[in-house]
Design a protein around this ligand. Structure first.
Ligand code: XLS
Ligand code: NI
Ligand code: NI
Length: 438
Protein backbone atom coordinates (compact mmCIF):
# COMPACT_ATOMS: atom_id res chain seq x y z
CA UNK A 1 0.00 0.00 0.00
CA UNK A 2 1.20 3.49 -0.85
CA UNK A 3 2.25 6.04 1.75
CA UNK A 4 -0.46 8.42 2.91
CA UNK A 5 -0.47 11.67 4.85
CA UNK A 6 -1.14 9.63 7.99
CA UNK A 7 1.38 6.81 7.50
CA UNK A 8 4.11 8.41 9.60
CA UNK A 9 1.80 9.09 12.54
CA UNK A 10 1.92 6.70 15.48
CA UNK A 11 -1.24 5.02 16.70
CA UNK A 12 -2.86 6.97 19.52
CA UNK A 13 -2.91 4.98 22.74
CA UNK A 14 -4.32 5.40 26.22
CA UNK A 15 -1.80 6.94 28.60
CA UNK A 16 -4.03 8.06 31.46
CA UNK A 17 -5.11 11.47 32.83
CA UNK A 18 -1.61 12.52 33.88
CA UNK A 19 -0.07 12.08 30.42
CA UNK A 20 1.46 15.21 28.92
CA UNK A 21 1.31 13.70 25.44
CA UNK A 22 -1.25 15.72 23.51
CA UNK A 23 -1.79 12.88 21.06
CA UNK A 24 -2.64 10.26 23.65
CA UNK A 25 -6.01 9.33 25.11
CA UNK A 26 -6.22 10.46 28.70
CA UNK A 27 -9.72 9.24 29.50
CA UNK A 28 -10.59 6.75 26.76
CA UNK A 29 -9.17 3.44 27.87
CA UNK A 30 -11.03 1.08 25.53
CA UNK A 31 -10.42 -1.87 27.86
CA UNK A 32 -11.63 -0.20 31.05
CA UNK A 33 -14.68 -2.04 32.33
CA UNK A 34 -17.44 0.32 33.44
CA UNK A 35 -20.84 -0.93 34.60
CA UNK A 36 -19.95 -4.42 33.42
CA UNK A 37 -18.70 -3.59 29.91
CA UNK A 38 -15.47 -2.28 28.38
CA UNK A 39 -15.61 1.36 27.29
CA UNK A 40 -14.95 0.30 23.69
CA UNK A 41 -18.31 -1.50 23.65
CA UNK A 42 -20.21 1.24 25.43
CA UNK A 43 -18.97 4.03 23.18
CA UNK A 44 -18.61 2.37 19.75
CA UNK A 45 -16.88 5.42 18.27
CA UNK A 46 -16.91 5.97 14.51
CA UNK A 47 -14.96 8.25 12.15
CA UNK A 48 -17.07 9.99 9.48
CA UNK A 49 -15.59 9.64 5.99
CA UNK A 50 -17.18 12.85 4.67
CA UNK A 51 -15.82 15.25 7.25
CA UNK A 52 -12.41 13.68 7.65
CA UNK A 53 -11.58 12.69 4.07
CA UNK A 54 -13.85 14.70 1.79
CA UNK A 55 -14.38 18.20 3.21
CA UNK A 56 -11.91 20.69 1.78
CA UNK A 57 -12.53 23.73 3.96
CA UNK A 58 -14.56 25.65 1.37
CA UNK A 59 -17.34 27.79 2.80
CA UNK A 60 -19.93 30.04 1.10
CA UNK A 61 -17.39 32.88 1.11
CA UNK A 62 -14.13 31.13 0.47
CA UNK A 63 -12.19 28.62 -1.58
CA UNK A 64 -10.89 25.27 -0.26
CA UNK A 65 -8.16 25.54 2.35
CA UNK A 66 -7.49 21.84 2.88
CA UNK A 67 -5.50 20.27 0.07
CA UNK A 68 -5.19 16.53 0.39
CA UNK A 69 -3.27 14.59 -2.26
CA UNK A 70 -6.35 12.67 -3.47
CA UNK A 71 -8.27 15.88 -4.07
CA UNK A 72 -6.05 17.03 -6.94
CA UNK A 73 -5.96 13.83 -9.00
CA UNK A 74 -7.35 13.74 -12.54
CA UNK A 75 -8.29 10.07 -12.34
CA UNK A 76 -11.32 10.10 -10.04
CA UNK A 77 -11.28 6.36 -9.38
CA UNK A 78 -7.60 6.39 -8.46
CA UNK A 79 -8.33 9.38 -6.22
CA UNK A 80 -11.04 7.32 -4.51
CA UNK A 81 -8.56 4.50 -3.87
CA UNK A 82 -5.97 6.92 -2.52
CA UNK A 83 -8.61 8.44 -0.29
CA UNK A 84 -9.54 4.98 0.99
CA UNK A 85 -5.88 4.23 1.72
CA UNK A 86 -5.65 7.46 3.71
CA UNK A 87 -8.95 6.74 5.45
CA UNK A 88 -7.82 3.35 6.74
CA UNK A 89 -4.51 4.86 7.80
CA UNK A 90 -6.40 7.49 9.78
CA UNK A 91 -8.56 4.77 11.37
CA UNK A 92 -5.35 2.96 12.34
CA UNK A 93 -3.91 6.14 13.89
CA UNK A 94 -7.06 6.86 15.90
CA UNK A 95 -7.62 3.18 16.77
CA UNK A 96 -11.41 3.59 16.78
CA UNK A 97 -13.65 0.61 16.05
CA UNK A 98 -15.98 2.01 13.35
CA UNK A 99 -16.39 4.31 10.38
CA UNK A 100 -19.38 5.69 8.44
CA UNK A 101 -19.83 6.87 4.84
CA UNK A 102 -22.16 8.13 2.10
CA UNK A 103 -21.91 6.51 -1.35
CA UNK A 104 -20.53 9.76 -2.81
CA UNK A 105 -17.84 10.07 -0.12
CA UNK A 106 -16.15 6.88 -1.19
CA UNK A 107 -16.74 6.87 -4.97
CA UNK A 108 -17.17 9.53 -7.66
CA UNK A 109 -20.38 10.25 -9.53
CA UNK A 110 -20.29 8.80 -13.07
CA UNK A 111 -21.88 10.23 -16.18
CA UNK A 112 -24.88 7.91 -15.97
CA UNK A 113 -26.77 6.11 -13.23
CA UNK A 114 -25.15 2.84 -14.31
CA UNK A 115 -21.66 4.34 -14.19
CA UNK A 116 -22.24 5.91 -10.76
CA UNK A 117 -23.41 2.58 -9.37
CA UNK A 118 -20.49 0.74 -10.98
CA UNK A 119 -18.02 3.23 -9.45
CA UNK A 120 -19.64 2.77 -6.08
CA UNK A 121 -19.49 -1.03 -6.17
CA UNK A 122 -15.88 -1.00 -7.39
CA UNK A 123 -14.74 1.17 -4.49
CA UNK A 124 -16.97 -0.73 -2.04
CA UNK A 125 -15.04 -3.87 -3.05
CA UNK A 126 -11.83 -1.98 -2.43
CA UNK A 127 -13.09 -1.01 1.05
CA UNK A 128 -13.94 -4.66 1.72
CA UNK A 129 -10.35 -5.53 0.89
CA UNK A 130 -9.06 -2.80 3.21
CA UNK A 131 -11.40 -3.95 5.97
CA UNK A 132 -10.04 -7.48 5.75
CA UNK A 133 -6.74 -6.26 7.20
CA UNK A 134 -8.13 -3.52 9.46
CA UNK A 135 -9.77 -3.59 12.87
CA UNK A 136 -12.21 -0.85 11.85
CA UNK A 137 -15.76 -1.97 10.99
CA UNK A 138 -18.71 -0.20 9.42
CA UNK A 139 -21.15 1.42 11.85
CA UNK A 140 -23.44 2.63 9.08
CA UNK A 141 -23.72 3.48 5.45
CA UNK A 142 -25.97 6.06 3.85
CA UNK A 143 -26.76 7.67 0.51
CA UNK A 144 -25.93 11.22 -0.43
CA UNK A 145 -29.29 12.36 -1.81
CA UNK A 146 -28.64 16.08 -1.45
CA UNK A 147 -25.45 17.29 -3.22
CA UNK A 148 -26.25 16.68 -6.89
CA UNK A 149 -28.54 19.28 -8.54
CA UNK A 150 -31.04 16.53 -9.40
CA UNK A 151 -31.87 16.46 -5.69
CA UNK A 152 -32.32 20.22 -5.31
CA UNK A 153 -36.08 19.78 -4.71
CA UNK A 154 -35.68 16.68 -2.57
CA UNK A 155 -35.12 12.98 -3.17
CA UNK A 156 -38.00 10.88 -1.78
CA UNK A 157 -40.13 14.04 -1.56
CA UNK A 158 -39.23 15.44 -4.98
CA UNK A 159 -42.26 16.49 -7.07
CA UNK A 160 -40.72 14.50 -9.95
CA UNK A 161 -41.37 10.74 -9.59
CA UNK A 162 -38.29 10.01 -11.72
CA UNK A 163 -36.14 11.51 -8.97
CA UNK A 164 -37.97 9.31 -6.45
CA UNK A 165 -37.03 6.31 -8.61
CA UNK A 166 -33.44 7.50 -8.92
CA UNK A 167 -33.16 7.96 -5.16
CA UNK A 168 -34.78 4.58 -4.49
CA UNK A 169 -32.31 2.89 -6.83
CA UNK A 170 -29.41 4.61 -5.11
CA UNK A 171 -30.63 3.59 -1.65
CA UNK A 172 -31.12 -0.02 -2.76
CA UNK A 173 -27.46 -0.20 -3.79
CA UNK A 174 -26.30 1.59 -0.65
CA UNK A 175 -28.20 -0.94 1.46
CA UNK A 176 -26.65 -3.81 -0.53
CA UNK A 177 -23.16 -2.41 0.04
CA UNK A 178 -23.80 -1.65 3.71
CA UNK A 179 -24.91 -5.25 4.21
CA UNK A 180 -21.97 -6.65 2.24
CA UNK A 181 -19.51 -4.64 4.36
CA UNK A 182 -21.11 -5.88 7.58
CA UNK A 183 -22.64 -2.50 8.46
CA UNK A 184 -24.60 -2.51 11.70
CA UNK A 185 -27.05 0.22 10.69
CA UNK A 186 -28.36 2.01 7.62
CA UNK A 187 -29.06 5.75 8.00
CA UNK A 188 -31.44 8.04 6.14
CA UNK A 189 -30.90 11.73 6.64
CA UNK A 190 -33.48 13.73 4.72
CA UNK A 191 -31.04 16.35 3.48
CA UNK A 192 -33.50 18.05 1.18
CA UNK A 193 -36.69 16.36 2.32
CA UNK A 194 -38.52 19.52 3.23
CA UNK A 195 -39.37 22.79 1.56
CA UNK A 196 -38.52 26.45 1.26
CA UNK A 197 -41.95 27.80 0.33
CA UNK A 198 -45.45 26.36 0.42
CA UNK A 199 -46.18 28.33 -2.75
CA UNK A 200 -44.57 25.48 -4.72
CA UNK A 201 -45.02 22.61 -2.26
CA UNK A 202 -47.82 20.12 -1.68
CA UNK A 203 -46.80 19.08 1.79
CA UNK A 204 -49.43 16.35 2.13
CA UNK A 205 -48.24 14.73 -1.08
CA UNK A 206 -44.59 14.94 -0.10
CA UNK A 207 -45.22 13.31 3.28
CA UNK A 208 -47.07 10.52 1.51
CA UNK A 209 -44.00 10.05 -0.72
CA UNK A 210 -41.65 10.03 2.28
CA UNK A 211 -43.78 7.36 3.95
CA UNK A 212 -43.80 5.20 0.81
CA UNK A 213 -40.03 5.56 0.41
CA UNK A 214 -39.32 4.50 3.96
CA UNK A 215 -41.74 1.57 3.69
CA UNK A 216 -39.88 0.39 0.58
CA UNK A 217 -36.59 0.58 2.48
CA UNK A 218 -37.97 -1.45 5.39
CA UNK A 219 -39.47 -4.08 3.05
CA UNK A 220 -36.17 -4.40 1.22
CA UNK A 221 -34.23 -4.71 4.46
CA UNK A 222 -36.28 -7.80 5.30
CA UNK A 223 -36.03 -9.18 1.77
CA UNK A 224 -32.23 -9.16 1.79
CA UNK A 225 -32.01 -10.23 5.43
CA UNK A 226 -30.12 -7.14 6.57
CA UNK A 227 -29.90 -7.56 10.32
CA UNK A 228 -28.84 -3.97 11.02
CA UNK A 229 -31.09 -1.17 12.19
CA UNK A 230 -32.72 1.34 9.86
CA UNK A 231 -32.23 4.82 11.31
CA UNK A 232 -33.70 8.23 10.50
CA UNK A 233 -31.63 11.27 11.41
CA UNK A 234 -33.86 14.18 12.45
CA UNK A 235 -32.91 17.76 11.61
CA UNK A 236 -35.26 20.74 11.69
CA UNK A 237 -33.78 22.90 8.92
CA UNK A 238 -30.75 23.37 6.68
CA UNK A 239 -30.50 22.98 3.80
CA UNK A 240 -34.25 23.49 3.43
CA UNK A 241 -36.10 26.01 5.58
CA UNK A 242 -38.52 23.40 6.93
CA UNK A 243 -37.45 19.75 7.12
CA UNK A 244 -39.99 17.00 7.63
CA UNK A 245 -37.81 15.02 10.06
CA UNK A 246 -37.78 17.99 12.45
CA UNK A 247 -36.89 16.24 15.71
CA UNK A 248 -37.32 12.93 17.54
CA UNK A 249 -40.94 13.60 18.49
CA UNK A 250 -41.91 14.63 14.95
CA UNK A 251 -40.31 11.55 13.44
CA UNK A 252 -42.16 9.38 15.96
CA UNK A 253 -45.48 10.79 14.68
CA UNK A 254 -44.40 10.12 11.09
CA UNK A 255 -43.33 6.54 11.88
CA UNK A 256 -46.61 5.87 13.71
CA UNK A 257 -48.61 7.15 10.77
CA UNK A 258 -46.95 4.70 8.41
CA UNK A 259 -46.83 1.83 10.91
CA UNK A 260 -43.01 1.83 11.01
CA UNK A 261 -42.39 2.65 14.66
CA UNK A 262 -41.09 -0.81 15.46
CA UNK A 263 -38.97 -1.00 12.29
CA UNK A 264 -37.04 2.25 12.36
CA UNK A 265 -35.04 4.00 15.07
CA UNK A 266 -33.26 7.34 15.27
CA UNK A 267 -29.76 8.61 14.70
CA UNK A 268 -29.63 11.73 16.86
CA UNK A 269 -27.17 14.56 16.32
CA UNK A 270 -26.19 17.11 18.96
CA UNK A 271 -26.07 20.05 16.54
CA UNK A 272 -29.47 19.13 15.07
CA UNK A 273 -30.97 19.08 18.57
CA UNK A 274 -29.69 22.60 19.12
CA UNK A 275 -31.16 23.78 15.79
CA UNK A 276 -34.51 22.32 16.84
CA UNK A 277 -34.38 24.30 20.09
CA UNK A 278 -33.56 21.25 22.20
CA UNK A 279 -30.63 19.95 24.19
CA UNK A 280 -28.95 16.74 23.03
CA UNK A 281 -30.12 14.95 26.17
CA UNK A 282 -33.69 16.05 25.45
CA UNK A 283 -33.55 14.29 22.09
CA UNK A 284 -31.91 11.21 23.59
CA UNK A 285 -34.48 11.03 26.41
CA UNK A 286 -37.37 11.58 23.99
CA UNK A 287 -36.15 8.81 21.69
CA UNK A 288 -35.50 6.50 24.64
CA UNK A 289 -38.97 7.07 26.08
CA UNK A 290 -40.48 6.15 22.70
CA UNK A 291 -38.26 3.10 22.21
CA UNK A 292 -36.47 4.77 19.28
CA UNK A 293 -32.92 5.37 20.50
CA UNK A 294 -30.64 4.07 17.76
CA UNK A 295 -27.33 5.84 17.38
CA UNK A 296 -25.65 9.21 17.94
CA UNK A 297 -23.93 11.76 15.72
CA UNK A 298 -21.50 13.43 18.06
CA UNK A 299 -20.65 17.08 17.45
CA UNK A 300 -21.62 20.52 18.70
CA UNK A 301 -23.18 23.61 17.24
CA UNK A 302 -22.46 27.21 18.07
CA UNK A 303 -25.33 28.79 19.99
CA UNK A 304 -24.33 32.13 18.47
CA UNK A 305 -24.81 30.83 14.93
CA UNK A 306 -27.99 29.32 13.54
CA UNK A 307 -26.48 26.59 11.39
CA UNK A 308 -24.96 23.13 11.50
CA UNK A 309 -21.35 24.07 12.28
CA UNK A 310 -20.51 20.42 13.05
CA UNK A 311 -17.73 21.25 15.49
CA UNK A 312 -15.98 18.65 17.57
CA UNK A 313 -17.57 18.64 21.04
CA UNK A 314 -15.84 20.28 24.01
CA UNK A 315 -18.51 20.82 26.64
CA UNK A 316 -18.07 18.31 29.45
CA UNK A 317 -21.38 19.02 31.14
CA UNK A 318 -23.33 18.57 27.90
CA UNK A 319 -21.42 15.35 27.18
CA UNK A 320 -22.06 14.02 30.69
CA UNK A 321 -25.79 14.66 30.49
CA UNK A 322 -26.02 13.04 27.06
CA UNK A 323 -24.11 9.99 28.27
CA UNK A 324 -26.21 9.81 31.42
CA UNK A 325 -29.36 9.52 29.32
CA UNK A 326 -27.73 6.93 27.07
CA UNK A 327 -26.99 4.90 30.21
CA UNK A 328 -30.53 5.34 31.56
CA UNK A 329 -31.79 4.06 28.21
CA UNK A 330 -29.69 0.91 28.60
CA UNK A 331 -26.99 1.88 26.07
CA UNK A 332 -26.83 2.16 22.30
CA UNK A 333 -27.02 -1.49 21.28
CA UNK A 334 -26.10 -1.71 17.59
CA UNK A 335 -25.72 2.07 17.43
CA UNK A 336 -22.59 3.99 18.24
CA UNK A 337 -21.08 7.45 18.51
CA UNK A 338 -20.18 8.82 15.14
CA UNK A 339 -18.04 11.94 14.93
CA UNK A 340 -20.15 13.89 12.48
CA UNK A 341 -17.75 16.76 13.03
CA UNK A 342 -15.26 18.66 10.96
CA UNK A 343 -12.11 20.55 11.70
CA UNK A 344 -12.29 24.32 11.22
CA UNK A 345 -11.29 25.93 7.96
CA UNK A 346 -8.01 27.17 9.38
CA UNK A 347 -7.01 23.76 10.76
CA UNK A 348 -5.32 22.68 7.57
CA UNK A 349 -2.80 20.07 8.69
CA UNK A 350 -3.52 16.33 8.80
CA UNK A 351 -2.51 16.40 12.50
CA UNK A 352 -5.45 18.71 13.15
CA UNK A 353 -7.77 15.79 12.38
CA UNK A 354 -6.01 13.71 14.97
CA UNK A 355 -6.11 16.44 17.62
CA UNK A 356 -9.81 16.89 16.90
CA UNK A 357 -10.69 13.23 17.33
CA UNK A 358 -8.46 12.70 20.35
CA UNK A 359 -10.12 15.60 22.15
CA UNK A 360 -13.62 14.51 21.24
CA UNK A 361 -13.05 10.85 22.12
CA UNK A 362 -11.62 11.88 25.48
CA UNK A 363 -14.44 14.31 26.16
CA UNK A 364 -17.08 11.66 25.46
CA UNK A 365 -15.22 9.05 27.49
CA UNK A 366 -14.79 11.44 30.38
CA UNK A 367 -18.46 12.42 30.22
CA UNK A 368 -19.35 8.75 30.14
CA UNK A 369 -17.25 8.01 33.23
CA UNK A 370 -18.96 10.84 35.08
CA UNK A 371 -22.35 9.63 33.92
CA UNK A 372 -21.48 6.13 35.12
CA UNK A 373 -20.50 7.64 38.48
CA UNK A 374 -23.91 9.31 38.70
CA UNK A 375 -25.56 5.98 37.93
CA UNK A 376 -23.47 4.18 40.53
CA UNK A 377 -24.13 6.79 43.21
CA UNK A 378 -27.82 6.45 42.40
CA UNK A 379 -28.78 9.73 44.05
CA UNK A 380 -30.32 11.29 40.94
CA UNK A 381 -32.25 8.10 40.27
CA UNK A 382 -33.42 7.93 43.90
CA UNK A 383 -34.65 11.52 43.77
CA UNK A 384 -36.57 10.78 40.59
CA UNK A 385 -38.06 7.62 42.00
CA UNK A 386 -39.14 9.47 45.09
CA UNK A 387 -40.71 12.24 43.01
CA UNK A 388 -42.98 9.81 41.18
CA UNK A 389 -43.49 7.35 44.05
CA UNK A 390 -47.12 8.38 44.47
CA UNK A 391 -47.97 6.55 41.27
CA UNK A 392 -47.02 3.20 42.80
CA UNK A 393 -50.09 2.94 45.03
CA UNK A 394 -52.84 0.59 43.83
CA UNK A 395 -55.39 3.34 43.14
CA UNK A 396 -52.96 5.63 41.34
CA UNK A 397 -51.49 2.85 39.22
CA UNK A 398 -55.05 1.87 38.25
CA UNK A 399 -55.77 5.48 37.26
CA UNK A 400 -52.69 5.53 35.01
CA UNK A 401 -53.71 2.26 33.37
CA UNK A 402 -56.99 3.86 32.39
CA UNK A 403 -59.19 1.92 34.81
CA UNK A 404 -60.85 4.94 36.37
CA UNK A 405 -63.17 7.34 34.52
CA UNK A 406 -63.01 11.10 34.84
CA UNK A 407 -66.27 11.35 36.83
CA UNK A 408 -65.07 8.67 39.25
CA UNK A 409 -61.80 10.55 39.83
CA UNK A 410 -63.81 13.71 40.44
CA UNK A 411 -66.30 12.03 42.81
CA UNK A 412 -63.54 10.53 44.95
CA UNK A 413 -61.52 13.73 45.04
CA UNK A 414 -64.56 15.72 46.14
CA UNK A 415 -65.51 13.17 48.78
CA UNK A 416 -62.00 13.19 50.27
CA UNK A 417 -61.82 16.97 50.05
CA UNK A 418 -58.48 16.58 48.25
CA UNK A 419 -55.96 19.28 49.16
CA UNK A 420 -52.54 18.38 47.64
CA UNK A 421 -49.53 20.38 48.85
CA UNK A 422 -46.71 21.59 46.55
CA UNK A 423 -43.38 19.76 46.91
CA UNK A 424 -39.97 21.12 46.00
CA UNK A 425 -38.53 20.04 42.65
CA UNK A 426 -35.04 20.34 44.24
CA UNK A 427 -33.46 21.51 41.00
CA UNK A 428 -30.44 23.18 42.62
CA UNK A 429 -29.71 20.20 44.84
CA UNK A 430 -29.74 17.92 41.80
CA UNK A 431 -27.57 20.34 39.81
CA UNK A 432 -25.10 20.24 42.68
CA UNK A 433 -24.97 16.45 42.49
CA UNK A 434 -24.07 16.74 38.83
CA UNK A 435 -21.51 19.50 39.45
CA UNK A 436 -19.81 17.43 42.15
CA UNK A 437 -18.66 14.93 39.56
CA UNK A 438 -16.56 17.59 37.79
C1 XLS B 1 -26.12 16.73 8.01
C2 XLS B 1 -26.15 15.39 8.56
C3 XLS B 1 -25.38 14.36 7.75
C4 XLS B 1 -25.83 12.99 8.13
C5 XLS B 1 -25.48 11.94 7.14
O1 XLS B 1 -26.45 17.70 8.69
O2 XLS B 1 -25.69 15.43 9.87
O3 XLS B 1 -24.02 14.53 7.90
O4 XLS B 1 -25.31 12.63 9.36
O5 XLS B 1 -26.09 12.15 5.92
NI1 NI C 1 -25.34 13.76 11.08
NI1 NI D 1 -25.66 17.49 10.73
Amino acid sequence: MSQTIFTAMPTVTYEGPTSQNELAYRWYDPDQVVLGQPLREHMRFAVAYWHSLVMNGADPFGAPTLHRPWMDRDDAMQAARDKADAAFDLFRVLDLPFFTFHDRDIAPEGDSLGQSLANFHTIADYLAEKMSTSKTRLLWGTANLFTHPRFMSGAATNPDPEIFRYAATTVKHCMDVTKALGGENYVLWGGREGYDTLLNTDMGHELEQAGRFLSLVVEYKHKIGFSGQILIEPKPKEPTTHQYDFDAATVFGFLKRFGLETEVKLNLEANHALLAGHSFEHEIATAASLGLLGSLDINRGDPLLGWDTDQFPNDLQAATLAMYHVLLAGGLGKGGMNFDAKIRRQSIDPEDLVYAHVGAVDLCARGFLKAAQLVEEGRLAAALQDRYAGWNSTENAAMLRGEVALEQIAAEAEEKGLNPQPRSGRQERLENLLARTF
